[in-house]
Design a protein around this ligand. Structure first.
Ligand code: UTP
Length: 289
């Protein structure tokens, strides 16, 4: 795999999941027994990524702690003979080379991506949005990296979404190339009703080249008076074309309350410790609804 670097923007305020995200970063809210951002780092690693830059801000120091060793807990697990948990704890600290940088003001996803410029250098890189957990095989980032290698163009992860979600995300001008692969020639951030290209939207993952940094610097502030990554990708798509990959794995939007709930229910159902118990519980509960 050519692509070895990834960035995870995780500096947003998470206002849609308040009050849960008041003192705990939304990226640290759990899906069953792991914080959301661990699933994202694991997906990156499973896609061949070795170096990850997480973009954080004030109050998100616990993300750094999570990917570090906790010598106290590790020695406790050792003393108790809980070697499975010891291995799990140690594995988290060794997942990848993880670096951190702060976005000092929350000025939008585009601005967060700009903070990665010196980390990225001239290499292509993956962006995994910190509140989009994508679970399943093949890892979504891997599918995108493979498309980058095949077509030599920047790539966006895409899915068809209903109109009521489209106005919150983006709408893409697409034409099919092969199974689940599209040419993307234009896009619009948070389209007004009646102003869409298609129901395909960029969701949670992209692979970009360092060209994006100059484009971002020349992009004016967009929706919400923030520097929008989609606006910069629009310039790129119009100029060079991009590739859209309708990835196979399942995406959970951890930036909203129902997305968090769905992720927890579906992961619990397949969990080795509590899967069976969860299934029985949901069946019993459903009878009362
Ligand atoms: P969102 O717009 O969904 O995140 O950005 P948010 O601002 O935290 O959400 P709400 O609307 O207030 O609930 C998508 C991703 O980009 C990151 C977020 O952390 C999230 O992972 N982001 C967003 C940044 O890193 N910096 C920003 O300035 C904005």
């Amino acid at each position: 795999m050519i692509i070895k670097k990834a960035i995870i923007p995780a500096a947003g305020l998470g206002t849609r999941v308040l009050p849960a995200s008041k003192a705990v970063p939304k990226e640290m809210l759990p899906i069953v027994d792991k914080p959301a951002i661990q699933y994202i780092v694991e997906e990156a690693v499973a896609s061949g990524i070795t170096d990850i830059l997480i973009i954080t801000n004030r109050g998100k120091g616990v993300i750094e702690d999570h990917f570090d060793h906790s010598l106290e807990l590790e020695s406790m697990m050792h003393k108790r003979g809980n070697f499975d948990m010891l291995a799990d704890l140690q594995a988290v600290a060794k997942l990848a080379n993880i670096y951190f940088v702060r976005q000092k003001e929350t000025k939008g996803l585009g601005d967060a991506v700009l903070k990665a410029e010196s980390f990225v250098g001239d290499e292509p890189f993956a962006v995994l949005y910190g509140d989009d957990v994508i679970i399943g095989e093949p890892p979504a980032t891997k599918e995108l990296c493979e498309a980058y290698e095949k077509y030599g163009k920047c790539v966006v992860g895409i899915k068809e979404v209903p109109d009521e979600l489209l106005i919150k995300y983006s709408s893409l001008k697409v034409s099919p190339m092969e199974d689940r692969i599209f040419d993307v020639s234009d896009m619009i951030e948070k389209p007004a009703i009646g102003n869409k290209f298609s129901n395909y939207s960029v969701l949670g993952r992209c692979v970009l080249t360092s060209e994006i940094f100059d484009i971002l610097r020349n992009t004016t502030l967009g929706v919400g008076n923030e520097l929008q990554l989609t606006d910069a990708m629009k310039t790129l798509a119009r100029r060079d074309g991009m590739i859209g990959v309708d990835f196979k794995a399942t995406r959970y939007d951890m930036g909203n309350k129902f997305g968090m709930l769905k992720a927890n229910v579906e992961v619990a159902l397949t969990h080795k410790e509590i899967g069976e118990q969860t299934r029985e519980y949901i069946k019993e509960l459903a009878k009362t609804l």
